[in-house]
Design a binder for this molecule. Structure first.
Ligand code: PXL
Length: 265
């Protein structure tokens, strides 16, 4: 069984980050270890939240992981929260990678043309450096714009996103997968790998939901570790997200009821 380490925050309530990655990856048959970057009462789309940064404790965790000789076949990074955690992530790759380990980074710092609360240009610059260590990156259009210094365009056309993907390829050797590209009323991903583009488009639903980026990244990663093609990873992850949104009632504003889809796969 492949063993992955997923590094992102633990938002106690809100169906995002670790509370999504852990169940999804486990259900897909991946041994899932976690490195919580911070503990929040709930995610930052609610009106208020508490925040405990765990950078200090991670030092202690790494000492014990060294003592116990733990290694990981893959890493999935999501919301880190603080710029200092980028160095911690690099230290983690340096010390705990099994041979040929895959690093998948979802930059998670913004959406809809804006940075999430608490992020700034310095965070983006640090992420620009960290993605050099990735094998695959999964930015949305907003994150791709910030990383490449490109003004955001709300139409998110496939042509625009292809330009973004090329600019990202100048920053990292990773496979580029930009989510949220749109064409003819459909939405999906632009994949840029070895100078070739692939575009995966599925139906566009009227509503956007919190946490769906984290679900996409988790399913994508699980499918990738099961050796599916990049196209299939994107298709299956997008389809999973669509099914989650469709099954979620309107009153459930803070995430999606992915549990129903996970159990009926
Ligand atoms: O879903 C991304 C995410 C993860 N973690 C926290 C967040 C968000 C998005 O707002 O606030 C804490």
């Amino acid at each position: 069984m492949k063993r992955i380490l997923t590094m992102q925050d633990l938002s106690c309530v809100g169906q995002c980050s670790l509370t999504v990655a852990l169940p999804v990856l486990s259900a897909y048959g991946v041994e899932t270890c976690v490195l919580p970057t911070a503990i929040l009462s709930n995610h930052t789309m609610f009106k208020s939240w508490s925040y405990l940064d765990l950078t200090g404790e991670i030092e202690n965790i790494f000492v014990e992981w060294k003592n116990n000789g733990f290694k990981f076949d893959a890493f999935l990074l999501g919301y880190l929260g603080k710029k200092t955690l980028m160095d911690v992530a690099e230290k983690c790759f340096d010390n705990f990678s099994a041979d040929g380990a895959t690093v998948i980074i979802d930059p998670v710092f913004g959406d809809n043309g804006k940075l999430y609360c608490g992020f700034d240009g310095e965070y983006v610059a640090a992420m620009r450096k960290l993605i050099k260590r990735a094998d695959i990156i999964l930015p949305n259009v907003t994150e791709a714009c910030f990383l490449t210094g490109t003004p955001y365009q709300s139409d998110c056309s496939v042509e625009f996103v292809k330009q973004l993907a090329k600019k990202l390829a100048a920053l990292t050797d990773a496979v580029i997968v930009v989510t949220g590209a749109e064409k003819d009323g459909k939405i999906g991903e632009v994949i840029y790998c070895g100078n070739e583009f692939e575009v995966v488009l599925l139906e566009k639903l009227p509503q956007k939901r919190h946490g769906t980026g984290d679900i996409f990244a988790s399913v994508f990663t699980a499918e990738f570790l099961a050796q599916k093609s990049l196209r299939d990873c994107c298709f299956n992850a997008s389809k999973f997200v669509i099914d989650c949104i469709k099954t979620t009632g309107d009153g459930h504003f803070y995430g999606v009821e992915f549990e129903k889809i996970l159990n009926n796969r």
